[in-house]
Structure formats: structure tokens, C-alpha cells
Design a protein around this ligand. Structure first.
Ligand code: UD1
Length: 436
């Protein structure tokens, strides 16, 4: 795989709003679990099989990087095969690194498997400064030397030695990178103030399935006892809680009734709590959830994003759409990323009444949103605009859809399946139509 892996920046979504969503939809595998697990597949010398992997742009980029490093990869239906037996490079390619922040997940695995890794400043959604100092400090604590020359960084270690690592902030990515490096380190590593997201438990389960010895994921203390080697395994990724949450919010915002299957309701308790406060009806039975909202939602006075198990930053923009249609005045505070209110201007173009002061958004509910042409500025902001378009009166065009393709497997098909009137306008498809 080579060249540009990104989606077409000219694709648009055209949505005829005002149709309540209804029907049943299964939830695809979690992007944020699949990405570190794909990186960790390098730790076993042989073919790893990973099931329930969604077809997303970020997954394509990760597989593209693995191929450039010498692995063979294949994504057939929902299963990915990664064979790293012929790994030949420890240099993460700059062009792909710039396309996706999650490329930094390869630092830990490459360092511990090969003794070195070179990388560049990663790209990703423009939602804040997005430092990676905690990743580097963690690897240094395990014994790595890091040198920087111009934009390129090289990290080397003849041997990693387990130690206690205290994270100043429970960073999801840093917790995962340290876990992946520590599995083959000598001795025991303890991560204190670790992130507790379900995706970290999924990584622990995957690494343990390959023969690692990790306990504690899901709590704030994770203990990793180094082993000599890891073995290929077959593993299934958990359902995507952010995709599930996006659909739940869309169901409520369009005053519809949607059943989600193959989801994990316990991963969504903070969202369920907020939606119930807004008057949304939710019933849960094992891995099935029904969400319906027949009346105007109520305002929710104070929602604060915070690391798991608190309200996820990745659902902040989508919930803001629901609150912009609610009866009353709501306040949302963003504490995880600095610049995560870029959707606000676009929602206001659609008739919302939202103002921002520092990291707080003040939302005065309006009875209706109106279709407009708006731009997805990042992945979750884009998902929020799709929800707004589905709920709005008239036609909405969402531009810069490649951001949305990073985290949702053909979002238009997903919502069409629930009765939405929306389609993708792709210049490439239009040219082909014209040729015919
Ligand atoms: C992961 C998720 C992303 C989600 C975020 C927070 C993946 C692939 N992505 O991103 O969807 O929005 O968790 O739930 O799993 N920070 C530092 N130094 C570091 C690392 C992070 O200061 O070394 C800061 C970041 O700038 C940010 C905050 O910590 O303000 C949260 O970042 P982190 O938890 O690391 O998120 P990601 O792993 O990047």
C-alpha cells in the first residue's frame, strides 16, 4: 500500500432532514481499541487475526504504516490479518505519521521488539495541542534514550527494565504505549494514574491472549510483568461506544426510536445518564439498547467532559446538538482538549443559539435547526453536524467528510439503514457517472 490513504477531501454529505430515525442497527468494532491492538500485533512474530475491525480511514492508515514497515496485512470483511515475521524497518514513515496521531502507538511495540524506533510529530484531529510528552517520559522511564534531530526523533534501548511510572494525567494513548513497551521488558512495571477507558481493558485482554501478564486495566493502577516472548493469537475487538453514542443521540435529536444491537451499554453509562436527564427513554437488555424520544428534550444544566468513566469528550459535540434543540438552557464544559468547540459556529449557522467562553459552552435551546452548508472541522464535530442535519428542517450539506470517515464506517449507509434521507456526493463518482 502506498501513496495517499486519506479519503477524498471533496466528498460531501447531503442530508434532507426532519425524518425521525427508526430501526435496528448493529454496532461495529471500536476504532480506538483496534488501532493500539493493530500496533501491538507487531509484538508477536507470526500471523495475528483480529476480528470485528471496522473499515475506517484510520484503520487503512495504520495498515498502510504496518505494510511500509515490512508486515503483510489483509482486511477481509471484518477480520484483519497482520504478519510481522518479515518486519524490516523501524522508521515510521513521515507522510503517514502526519495523517494520524495514532501512529504513535507503534513507538512502544517497535522499541521493545527491535531496540529502536524513529518517528515524527504525529498529525490527527485539530482539537488541541495534543502533546505526547507522557508517552516519551514513560518510555524513558523504562530505559529508552530519545534524540531529536530536526523534526525526526529516534528512541533506542538495548533492554527495557520495568519500573513504576506515575502519569500526571490519565492519558489513554500514553497508558497504552507504556503497556505495549512493558510487556516484553525485564521485570515489573506499574502504571499509576493510568487511564481507565474500556479500550485499555481490550488492549490488556489482547496482550494477555498473546501471552503477556497484565492485570489492573480498567482501574487506575496497571501492573505488567514482563515475559520473554509473545505468540500470535485470534482476538475480537469490543463494540465502538462512540459510534453507539452518536446513533443514540441522533435517535433522540430526530425524535425517533432506534434499537442498537451488539453494543456494550455498560461502556455508555455516563451518556445514558445525561440522555435520561434530557427526558430520553432508554431500555437496556444485555447487548441491546432501545433509545426513543417522542417529545422535545429537556435542557441539562451541567455536563463536564472528563476521562472515563465520566462523560467522554468524544461525545461532547454530538450531545451539544441535542441540547441545542432542548427546552431550556444547558451548559457544557470541555476539560480534556483545548479546542473542541469548532462545531459551535457551524451549529449557529443552522440556527442554534450557543456561545462559548473559554472551555464552557452555553446553549440556549431553540425549537428547530435549519439546513445549511457546513464544514466538518474534525471527526466528532463532523458527526455532530450530521446529527444536526438529520434533525434540521430542509437540506444540509456537510463538507470535508474525510474527517468523519476516520471514525465511522460509511456514516451515510449507517443512517440510511435507519431511514435517513442522505447520500454522499463524491466528485470521483460524479465523473464516472458523466463518463457513462
Ligand atoms: C484518545 C482517543 C480519542 C479521545 C481521547 C480522550 C484513541 C485512538 N483516541 O486519544 O478519541 O478523544 O483519548 O478520551 O484512543 N496529553 C498530554 N501529554 C501526552 C498525552 C496526552 O498532555 O503525552 C493531553 C492531551 O493533549 C489531551 C489529554 O491529555 O489534552 C488527553 O489525551 P489522551 O488521553 O492521551 O488522548 P489520546 O490518546 O490522544
Amino acid at each position: 500500500m502506498s501513496g495517499k490513504l486519506g479519503g477524498d477531501t471533496l466528498d460531501k454529505l447531503v442530508i434532507e432532514g426532519g425524518n425521525p430515525l427508526s430501526g435496528t442497527i448493529p454496532i461495529h468494532g471500536a476504532k480506538n481499541a483496534a488501532l493500539p491492538i493493530l500496533a501491538a500485533s507487531l509484538l508477536a512474530n507470526g500471523e495475528v487475526q483480529i476480528h470485528n475491525v471496522p473499515h475506517l480511514l484510520d484503520i487503512k492508515v495504520m495498515l498502510g504504516i504496518l505494510e511500509r514497515l515490512g508486515c503483510s496485512t489483509c482486511h477481509e470483511q471484518d477480520t484483519v490479518f497482520v504478519d510481522s515475521s518479515n518486519l524490516l524497518s523501524t522508521d515510521i514513515p513521515e507522510d503517514l505519521m502526519k495523517q494520524m496521531r495514532s501512529s504513535i502507538f507503534l513507538m512502544g511495540p517497535l522499541l521493545v521488539r527491535c531496540g529502536e524506533v524513529s518517528f515524527y510529530q504525529p498529525g490527527g484531529c485539530a482539537i488541541g495541542e495534543r502533546k505526547f510528552d507522557l508517552h516519551l517520559e514513560g518510555l524513558k522511564a523504562l530505559g529508552a534514550d530519545i534524540e531529536e534531530s530536526y523534526e525526526k526523533m529516534t528512541c533506542q534501548a538495548r533492554k527495557l527494565i520495568g519500573t513504576d511510572i506515575h502519569l500526571d494525567f490519565p492519558s489513554v494513548g500514553a497508558t497504552e504505549n507504556i503497556m505495549m513497551a512493558a510487556v516484553l521488558a525485564e521485570g515489573r512495571t506499574t502504571i499509576i494514574n493510568a487511564a481507565r477507558e474500556p479500550e485499555i481493558q481490550d488492549l490488556q485482554n489482547f496482550l494477555n491472549a498473546m501471552g503477556a501478564s497484565i492485570i489492573g486495566a480498567g482501574t487506575d493502577t496497571i501492573t505488567i510483568t514482563g515475559v520473554d516472548r509473545l505468540y500470535p493469537c485470534s482476538y475480537e475487538i469490543i463494540p465502538d461506544r462512540i459510534v453507539a453514542g452518536t446513533i443514540m443521540i441522533a435517535a433522540a435529536a430526530t425524535r425517533g426510536s432506534v434499537t442498537l444491537s451488539r453494543c456494550c451499554p455498560s461502556h455508555l453509562s455516563s451518556l445514558i445518564h445525561v440522555l435520561r436527564r434530557a427526558g430520553v427513554q432508554i431500555s437496556v437488555s444485555n447487548d441491546i439498547m432501545n433509545v426513543s424520544c417522542m417529545v422535545r428534550p429537556k435542557a441539562v444544566d451541567r455536563i463536564v467532559t472528563s476521562p472515563y468513566p465520566f462523560f467522554p469528550t468524544d461525545l461532547q459535540s454530538q450531545v451539544m446538538v441535542l441540547l441545542s434543540l432542548a427546552d431550556g438552557f444547558s451548559v457544557m464544559k470541555e476539560t480534556v482538549f483545548e479546542s473542541r468547540f469548532k462545531h459551535v459556529d457551524e451549529l449557529n449557522v443552522m440556527g442554534a443559539d450557543i456561545s462559548v467562553d473559554m472551555n464552557a459552552a452555553f446553549i440556549r435551546g431553540v425549537p428547530r435547526l435549519y439546513g445549511a452548508t457546513v464544514e466538518a472541522t474534525d471527526l466528532r464535530a463532523g458527526a455532530a453536524l450530521v446529527i444536526a442535519g438529520l434533525a434540521a428542517k430542509g437540506r444540509t450539506t456537510v463538507e470535508q467528510v474525510h474527517h468523519i470517515d476516520r471514525g465511522y464506517d460509511r456514516i451515510e449507509s449507517l443512517f440510511q439503514h435507519l431511514g435517513a434521507r442522505m447520500h454522499r456526493q463524491s466528485p470521483v463518482a460524479e465523473q464516472l457517472d458523466f463518463a457513462n
